[in-house]
Design a protein around this ligand. Structure first.
Ligand code: UDP
Length: 238
């Protein structure tokens, strides 16, 4: 079964993680596989909260660079994260994991509002909590939402699932000399401009000493390995 090394974790998934090979939208097989994996993590006794991005559907910055008002575009991006959150809730409940979605933007017909104490209570009862609609504010990202919510719920770590197995000195797909970092400090990430999380999210983690683990989500079983303390990927801490 595995024993959790981290008691409470916040897992950040990019929207693209749900898209599978199609690169857009939600791939039913991919989301079902992630849900099955999350079920195994919950069975270890670890409490898991999720923040899911929206990049598989809509990105505010990309739309505003083509002329759309940035704030309106960002609100659309936040709605995209809600679509992903509801899809993940459905996938988790299909495999028998109790899940609550809490939205940072009021939408009482589809999700609970974000209430910190209530979220913690859900986690204590073994439910997964999905935080949708990012921070609820334009000009932010879901990485920042993940850092903020992780701090608020007292998570021990942020797990950032990506398509690469850690942080590299260059893009390993383009540069054969690219080197993987097993460990980094927050300052190294910021100074080298490494693509771990955006600078706002990284600074927030640095100020509050919250470790970030970047790992490959596309390999089945990795979420559980990380939660059980196996050193895969890259750990960022002070
Ligand atoms: N967004 C926002 N405020 C937030 C979180 C997200 O405005 O607090 C918007 C922003 O437009 C962003 C989009 O939602 O482009 C989708 O989120 P993100 O790009 O972080 O998703 P990911 O890249 O992780 O899939």
């Amino acid at each position: 079964m595995g024993t959790p090394y981290y008691r409470r974790v916040l897992l950040k998934l990019s929207g693209e993680a749900l898209a599978g090979d199609q690169g857009y939208g939600i791939d039913p097989r991919t989301i079902t596989a992630i849900a099955a994996e999350i079920k195994e993590v919950v069975a270890t006794g670890s409490q898991l909260a999720l923040v899911i991005g929206g990049g598989n559907i809509f990105r505010g910055l990309a739309a505003s660079s083509k002329g759309m008002d940035r704030a309106s575009a960002d609100y659309m991006g936040m709605l995209a994260t809600m679509i992903n959150s509801l899809a993940m809730q459905d996938a988790l409940e299909k495999v028998g994991v109790d899940t609550r979605v809490q939205s940072a933007i009021a939408m009482q017909e589809v999700a609970e509002p974000y209430i910190r104490r209530r979220a913690i209570r859900h986690l204590e009862k073994g439910r997964i909590v999905i935080f949708g609609a990012g921070t609820g504010n334009p000009y932010f990202t879901t990485d920042t939402a993940a850092s903020l919510r992780a701090m608020e719920i007292g998570a021990d770590v942020i797990l950032k699932g990506t398509k690469v197995d850690g942080v590299y000195s260059a893009d390993p797909k383009k540069d054969p000399t690219a080197m993987k970092y097993p460990r980094l400090t927050y300052l190294e990430v910021l100074k080298k401009g490494l693509q771990v999380m955006d600078a706002t999210a990284t600074s927030l983690c640095m100020d509050n000493n919250l470790p970030i683990i970047v790992f490959d989500i596309t390999t089945y079983g990795n979420i559980k390995k990380v939660v059980c303390g196996e050193e895969i990927g890259t750990i960022v801490k002070g």
